[in-house]
Design a protein around this ligand. Sequence first.
Ligand code: NAG
Length: 430
Amino acid sequence: MFKPLLFILATIYVAHGKHEEYDGHSLYQVRVENAEQVDQLMNVVERFLLDVWTYAQPEQDGLILVSKELKPMFEEELKSIGVQFAIDTENIKQKLDLEDQLLANASIAEAGRMQRGLSFNVIHRYAVVDKYLSDLARQYSNVQVASGGKSVEGRDIKYLRISSNNFQSSNKPVVVIQSLLHAREWVTLPVTLYAIHKLVIDVTEQDLVRDIDWVIIPIANPDGYEFTHTRTRMWRKNRRTGMGLCIGVDLNRNFDFAWGTASSNQACSDTFHGPRAFSEPETQMTRDIINRYRSRIGLFIDVHSFGSLILYGYGNRQLPPHSNTLQQVAVEMAKRIDAVKWPANRNYRVGNIAQVLYQASGGCSDFAQARIGNKLSYTYELPAHRNLNNMNGFLVDPAFIRQAGYETWEGIKFAARYVVKNRNLYFENE
Ligand SMILES: *[C@@H]1O[C@H](CO)[C@@H](O)[C@H](O)[C@H]1NC(C)=O
């Protein structure tokens, strides 16, 4: 356990210029041949507490971020277990600086432009989104802003309720969409903001507001999100303290579904599940929303990045009884997105989370699925967009922000309308 201590000291002493803590960090592409190598690689990852961007599988190369200090040891380990590797990005700090410049330029370009609502040229900070949600509630009678409580650091976790009749029709399906449960997954924010835009400001499809009530949570992890802007771009967890040297709980391992069975019990790990299920105010907020609307939720979507995936439960490989429906609707959503996606991005893949990605416990969409029974719960993994400036993984090219919102909305709309069309299966008529 020497590594976390070294890491923290290093962070304290080098945090002068922006992204200095990432200077010399390399992004490795790794290729595994079989399940044994997958396990051996995971063992290395856990021992060195490495930052995994993509989990390696025999049919899918992995991406792992490694600090300058750990690179020699990491390469030795890979050689000894026979895992092939190549360097994808030599110094990730340069990519982080480029992301800053691109976003700064985009923000200068949009200054002074007349805008209805928030723009889709930049990634908006917490305070901007927070004010926007309250402004919308003041300006539009079908919009209410609610606070789901306060984050660990005391920020309001606000969400919108959008309804043509104040949630009064008990047989009208509710769709819940959430983004930024993981702090660094910036490109997920435009998805919820785009949905809000199309449901409130630029309404072109009336059936969506007439037939559905919406609950939209744009920033589920506000403390972690702000921390990725002010300090550590690749922060994933919340900002829980008081657990020793390391900070943060992985909120997407903290929900009460098979909690603690496929996640980390080390506070320093990026997949630390917390002291107990629902130990965190941020997960309690989503839990309370799910429980409050449980009988009416037809569709729940937790938006993450990255990998171009639509995933359903459960993270322990067990399939819900209606997994055929989950699969079929996911395939149709993927088709709608693929039809309008940018050509350089891969097609979406769909499937059970444990089969497509890895086993994971305490996940948000698993908890939602268990609570809403035979209705639809998904985790989206948005594309890693690599056009133009070759921005990879979690990094955002401003050129892709509007597209991310637009194309994902094509998928979400399909499932929302599927729920309306099949409401007799799900909801009793009044
Ligand atoms: C940002 O804008 C400046 C001024 O137009 C330009 O010189 C620079 O190349 C731009 N940066 C990027 C990363 O595009």
